[in-house]
Design a protein around this ligand. Structure first.
Ligand code: ATR
Length: 271
């Protein structure tokens, strides 16, 4: 029976066990997906032991997403570019393969829920420059976005991303964030603002076109104050839950041999 799971610290709030558990039941696959709290000082030892216990791979969450890169034998280009991995595959020969499917999940969510979304329609505007934002940058550039505007409270983090990802990025100051919405076709919140218990993201939306697609990586609440404001301006909105669902699919397929579906049943199971 193949085993998979998720390693992180803390891990109790991870939705991945519900997500993969739903797919395992739905497809009648004999397998298990287990949440595992792992301390940073035990990470290397745990990764060596898991394949010997019958694990075919794991998802990786905070605080291990960066550290696992150094422990993997092979790393996909996108994981290397993002500087973090969320999916590990344990090969039969004992080698550890690291990938990052967050950017894939981000784009797959938009394609599923806004089928007419066209990344090349105009500039994209990204708010935030943390780990999640890096995956969004990689996937938007890969989708052919011509200009990617980025702003972050701590400006140096956006400049760091620009220096790594290149000329298509344009850094905006946090105080001028509203200006970057001018003409933007795709607008993304990748900060934690708007999450339950945090203050909302409030930008002046005067420059935001109703033709823009607006999405948020925060999915609790499903419709953040930012999405609500954008919707009130007539924008198409896509919530962030689908990114979580879609980023899980490549790992599941690799470990359990079946490409899983992302649908409303799954959304209900995970919420
Ligand atoms: P993740 O990996 O989820 O992206 P992170 O690396 O901690 O997590 O990044 C969190 C993002 O939310 C960052 O863009 C952060 O801005 P800073 O780089 O300035 O910290 C942003 N963020 C969090 N709290 C914020 C706040 N109160 N105001 C503005 N931005 C905030």
């Amino acid at each position: 029976v193949p085993l998979a799971g998720v390693i992180g610290m803390p891990i109790a709030h991870s939705r991945s066990p519900r997500l993969h558990g739903h797919w395992l039941r739905r497809y009648g696959i004999a397998g298990h997906y287990i949440p595992m709290p792992v301390m940073p000082e035990h990470l290397a030892e745990v990764l060596r032991a898991l394949p010997r216990l019958g694990f075919v791979g794991v998802n990786v969450t905070i605080p291990h997403k960066e550290a696992v890169l150094a422990l993997a034998d092979t790393v996909t280009d996108r994981a290397a570019l993002i500087g973090a991995a969320n999916t590990l595959i344990f090969r039969p020969d004992g080698k550890i393969h690291a990938d990052n499917t967050d950017g894939y999940g981000f784009v797959a969510n938009l394609r599923q829920n806004a089928p007419d979304w066209w990344p090349k329609a105009g500039p994209a505007a990204l708010i935030g420059a943390g780990g999640a934002a890096r995956a969004v940058v990689a996937s938007l550039l890969d989708s052919g976005v011509g200009e990617l505007r980025i702003t972050n409270r701590t400006r140096i983090r956006s400049e760091q991303i620009k220096s790594e990802f290149g000329a298509r990025l344009v850094v905006y100051d946090w105080a001028q964030a509203g200006n970057m919405l001018e003409g933007a076709a795709t607008v993304v919140n990748a900060t934690s603002l708007g999450m339950d218990g945090k203050q909302p993201l409030r930008l002046p939306l005067d420059a935001l076109s109703p033709d823009a697609l607006v999405t948020d990586l925060v999915y609790a609440p499903l419709v953040t104050p930012f999405l609500r404001d954008a919707q009130a301006r007539g924008c198409r909105i896509v919530d962030g839950l689908g990114m979580l669902l879609h980023q899980a699919a490549p790992g599941f397929e690799c470990w359990f041999g079946r490409r899983p579906e992302v649908d409303d049943d799954l959304r209900r199971a995970v919420l």
